[in-house]
Design a protein around this ligand. Structure first.
Ligand SMILES: Cc1cc2nc3c(=O)[nH]c(=O)nc-3n(C[C@H](O)[C@H](O)[C@H](O)COP(=O)(O)OP(=O)(O)OC[C@H]3O[C@@H](n4cnc5c(N)ncnc54)[C@H](O)[C@@H]3O)c2cc1C
Length: 378
C-alpha cells in the first residue's frame, strides 16, 4: 500500500523491515523448531520500541496512530508472526486502559512494560472462549480490596507478563454484564503460571494458563466500573482485530514473495514455472486476496481514526485477512511443490502460523455472528 503512505510512515516501515531482517530473521527457524521463548530477540525489539508502538508518548510509548502501528505490525509479522503476536499482546492489554483506565493505572502499566516487558489480556477460560458469559473467575469485594479466584487459559504472554488485565465476574447472575476488568501485577501472592501450550504455529510467542488463587488487589485496580468489563474487552478487541489483520497480512505477503521468487527459478519442462499460466494465475489470486484484505484493514483503521464505530469493519478485516493468510500460505506450498511441504523451506511454517488467526480474538465464526447481527439487527 505504498501509494498511501507518508514519507514518515515509509521511513519507519523501512527501519522496522531492516531491523527484523537483520536481528530476528536469522533465528526464526531455530525458534520455530525448538518452541523456546526467545527473550534475547524480544530484548532487541524492546530497544526498537516495538513493544509499545501505539502507547501514548506521555506514558513513554511510541505514540503512533493506529494505521502507522498496523503498517509496522505487518512488517514484524512478515518475518515472524509469533514475535508480532507477543509484542501485540501489550497493545491489546493497554487498549483496555485506554478506554477506561485512570492516569495512575496507565502509569502503573507503563512502569512495568515500557522499560522492556510484557502485558497480557486474560479473558478466556477452559469453558469460556467464544462464550464469555460462562466466565467463572470471580472477583469479590472485601473492604478496600478485591479477591480474584479462577483460572484463565490460552493467554498470550501469560507466562512472561509483568502485568495482567484480568476479566472476572463481580456478579455471577448477570452474564456478560457481571464481568469487570482488573489490573493485576505479576508478583501478587496467589498468582501463578500454569500449563504452557506447545503450539502448532506462532511458536515464538508465549501462551499459558494463569491461575488466580485468592489474589488480593487494591479496589483502585478495578478498571472503569463494575459490570463494564465485557464491554471494554469487546471494544479493545476491535483494535486488536485490526492488529490480527495486519499480522495475517504480513504472513500472507511473506508467503506470496516466497512463492513468486521460487516460481522464477524453478525450471520444469525446460522453462521456469512462472511461465505457466496456472502458476501466474495462482500468484495473481494470492496478490488479490492480500490487497483486498489490506484495503479492508486500512478502511477500518480510517474509520477508527475518524472516531466512527468500526466493530463491523474490524470483524470483516479480521476474517478476510486470516482467511487470506491461510489460503495464500496453502497456495504458496502448492507453488513450491514437494519443497513447500519440507521444513527446509519457510512456507510450511507460514501455514502453521496463519491458522491461529482464524481462531483467536474471536473465531471467524464469531466474527460472522457480529457481522450478521449488525445486518439483521439481532
Ligand atoms: C495461541 C492462542 C493465543 C490466545 N491468546 C489469548 C489471549 O491472549 N487472551 C485470551 O483471553 N484468549 C486468548 N486465546 C483464546 C482464544 O481467543 C479462544 O481460543 C477463542 O476465542 C475460541 O474459544 P475456544 O477455544 O473456547 O473455542 P469455542 O468457543 O469452544 O469454539 C469451538 C468452535 O465452535 C465455534 N462456535 C462457538 N460458538 C459459536 C457460535 N455462537 N456460533 C458459531 N460458531 C460457534 C467456534 O467458532 C469454534 O469453531 C488464545 C488462543 C490461542 C490458541
Amino acid at each position: 500500500m505504498g501509494y498511501i503512505l507518508s514519507q514518515d510512515q515509509k521511513e519507519l516501515q523501512q527501519s522496522v523491515k531492516k531491523f527484523m531482517e537483520k536481528e530476528i530473521k536469522p533465528y526464526v527457524s531455530e525458534v520455530d523448531e525448538s518452541g523456546r521463548f526467545p527473550l534475547e530477540l524480544y530484548e532487541k525489539a524492546f530497544e526498537m520500541g516495538l513493544h509499545c508502538l501505539g502507547i501514548p508518548e506521555e506514558y513513554g510509548g511510541g505514540g503512533l496512530d493506529l494505521l502507522t502501528e498496523l503498517i509496522l505490525v505487518e512488517e514484524i509479522s512478515k518475518v515472524d508472526a509469533g514475535i508480532a503476536d507477543s509484542l501485540g499482546g501489550n497493545a491489546l492489554a493497554f487498549q483496555v486502559l485506554n478506554l477506561a483506565g485512570t492516569d495512575s493505572q496507565k502509569k502503573l502499566f507503563a512502569e512495568r512494560v515500557i522499560p522492556g516487558g510484557f502485558a497480557a489480556f486474560a479473558l478466556t477460560e477452559a469453558n469460556a472462549g467464544s462464550d464469555s458469559a460462562a466466565t467463572r473467575t470471580a472477583a469479590t469485594r472485601e473492604g478496600d480490596e478485591y479477591v480474584i479466584t479462577g483460572t484463565k487459559c490460552f493467554i498470550t504472554n501469560g507466562g512472561v507478563a509483568n502485568i495482567y488485565i484480568v476479566f472476572a465476574k463481580t456478579d455471577k447472575e448477570k452474564g456478560t454484564k457481571g464481568i469487570s476488568a482488573f489490573l493485576v501485577e505479576r508478583e501478587r501472592p496467589g498468582l501463578s503460571v500454569g500449563k504452557e501450550e506447545n503450539k502448532m504455529g506462532i511458536r515464538a510467542s508465549n501462551t499459558c494458563e494463569v491461575v488466580f488463587d485468592h489474589v488480593r488487589i487494591p479496589a483502585d485496580h478495578l478498571i472503569g466500573t463494575e459490570g463494564s468489563g465485557f464491554k471494554y474487552a469487546m471494544q479493545a478487541l476491535d483494535a486488536g482485530r485490526l492488529a490480527v489483520s495486519a499480522m495475517a497480512i504480513g504472513i500472507a505477503q511473506h508467503a506470496l514473495e516466497e512463492a513468486a521468487a521460487y516460481a522464477k527459478t524453478r525450471v520444469t519442462f525446460g522453462q521456469p514455472i512462472s511461465k505457466f499460466q496456472a502458476i501466474q494465475f495462482m500468484l495473481a489470486d494470492m496478490d488479490m486476496k492480500i490487497e483486498s484484505a489490506r484495503q479492508m484493514m486500512v478502511h477500518a483503521a480510517t474509520l477508527a481514526a475518524e472516531g466512527i464505530s468500526y466493530t463491523r469493519e474490524a470483524a470483516m478485516a479480521k476474517c478476510i485477512s486470516s482467511d487470506a493468510a491461510v489460503d495464500v500460505a496453502t497456495d504458496a506450498i502448492q507453488v513450491l511443490g514437494g519443497y513447500g511441504y519440507s521444513r527446509e523451506y519457510p512456507v510450511e511454517k507460514l501455514l502453521r502460523d496463519a491458522k491461529i488467526f482464524q481462531i483467536f480474538e474471536g473465531t471467524n465464526q464469531i466474527q460472522r455472528v457480529i457481522i450478521s447481527g449488525r445486518l439483521l439487527g439481532s
